[in-house]
Design a protein around this ligand. Structure first.
Ligand code: GLA
Length: 375
């Protein structure tokens, strides 16, 4: 619950938090109706909401950028082509449902690396959604807020993302990963019993340009594959196909469309197996599946880059590592590595040095701490 302070007996100040996420396995499956396995981080976005003196506008500022905005009711519905589009998209979701919120200042600050595939955008959307819901007297469920945040990103920001990031930010649970079926939205919290292992995140610090258009193109290629395959089999999405079913049908596809669909189907199968492995405490198998996931994202989905491939290859050769892969959309951003705890320090030093030598800039490393969802 937010802390509700009354300053001078008049101005209300409310505090909210929504986490980023690390996806352990299952990338580019969410919009194909498949399984994903993310976990919410303890890093995320904090939001302080204060009542304004005027009740005709809203103010937006962030510690991470000098761009501040004061917007009246008409401007609130327009894209500003800036970071503020994430909160504005969410405000629009509320106003489309009859809740017009004016007269607040929104102050954001965060400790997630921005645009690094740890869902900084989803955490801004979710922290805004939870805040607005509180201001309105909580008319919406957490799942509705997740869906509104995803729709804000699709319809307002123009990034055709799936539901994984907003869901992970909304439904995170301390020391658990979320096995989410993106077709039915059924989910299960799976305890991360790590027995001497850690997940280490490595940020390539590679500026991610044109990610949205490349991402939307992958999504379109999957839709094209689905349309073709539906001439031969009755499915609603690619991840309803098993690997053997897909192999039989795959002669009807070719080129990139074949490769994209093959990744989606095989990745979905890997997530299913990874969840079973984790529950059985078979971390060695979990690590192998992470490695296979990276290979598929590199070779079939073509969303890795030299920086990600370098960090993953170096990790996979490092003593104590069980598995390593890119996480999130790709094209830059982060890797996640499953490693023996006592090797973490030396791992970070060795990979850090090798990375700087190869690319001329530093990578950042975080030992993942898994926390609760937006509140
Ligand atoms: C981004 C999107 C998600 C998901 C991942 C890839 O993070 O926002 O919906 O598609 O990429 O798994």
């Amino acid at each position: 619950m937010p802390t509700d302070l009354h300053l001078d007996g008049q101005t209300r100040v409310l505090h909210f938090f929504a986490p980023g996420r690390v996806n352990l396995i299952g990338d580019h499956t969410d919009y194909n109706g498949g399984l994903v396995f993310p976990a919410a981080l303890t890093m995320g976005t904090y939001l302080t909401v204060t009542e304004r003196f005027d009740h005709f506008s809203c103010g937006f500022e962030s510690d991470d950028t000098p761009d501040t905005f004061t917007l009246g009711s008409e401007q609130l519905a327009q894209r500003q082509h800036a970071w503020v589009d994430y909160p504005l998209g969410v405000l629009k979701e509320f106003s489309d449902r009859g809740w017009n919120l004016l007269g607040y200042d929104f102050h954001y600050h965060g400790d997630l690396p921005i645009g690094a595939a740890l869902s900084s955008s989803a955490s801004i959307e979710m922290v805004t959604a939870v805040a607005l819901n509180t201001l309105c007297g909580e008319p919406f469920t957490q799942l509705e807020l997740v869906q509104m945040a995803q729709h804000a990103e699709n319809a307002f920001v123009g990034m055709n993302c799936g539901i994984m990031d907003q869901f992970a930010s909304g439904f995170g649970k301390k020391d658990h990963a979320i096995a989410l079926d993106c077709n039915t939205l059924e989910y299960e919290w799976v305890p991360l019993e790590m027995s001497g292992l850690k997940f280490v995140i490595a940020n390539t610090n590679k500026p991610r340009e044109l990610v949205d258009s490349a991402y939307n193109r992958r999504r379109a290629e999957c839709n094209e594959a689905l349309e073709i395959l539906r001439r031969y089999v009755s499915v609603e999405n690619l991840c309803q196909l098993t690997v053997p079913q897909f192999e039989k049908l795959s002669r009807n596809l070719s080129g990139n469309v074949l490769r994209r669909a093959r990744h989606a189907v095989s990745e979905h199968a890997r997530v299913r197996e990874a969840v079973t492995a984790l529950k059985a405490g078979d971390m060695a198998r979990f690590g192998q599946l992470m490695n296979a996931s990276h290979a598929s994202l590199r070779d079939d989905y073509a969303v890795t880059c030299p920086e990600l491939d370098f960090l993953v290859a170096a990790a996979q050769q490092h003593p104590g590592v069980l598995g390593s892969r890119m996480t999130g959309a790709g094209f830059g951003g982060c890797t996640v590595t499953l490693i023996a705890e006592e090797r973490v320090g030396e791992f970070i030093r060795t990979l850090g040095d090798a990375y700087t030598q190869r690319f001329g800039h530093n990578a950042d490393f975080y030992v993942a701490e898994i926390g609760d969802g937006a509140q």
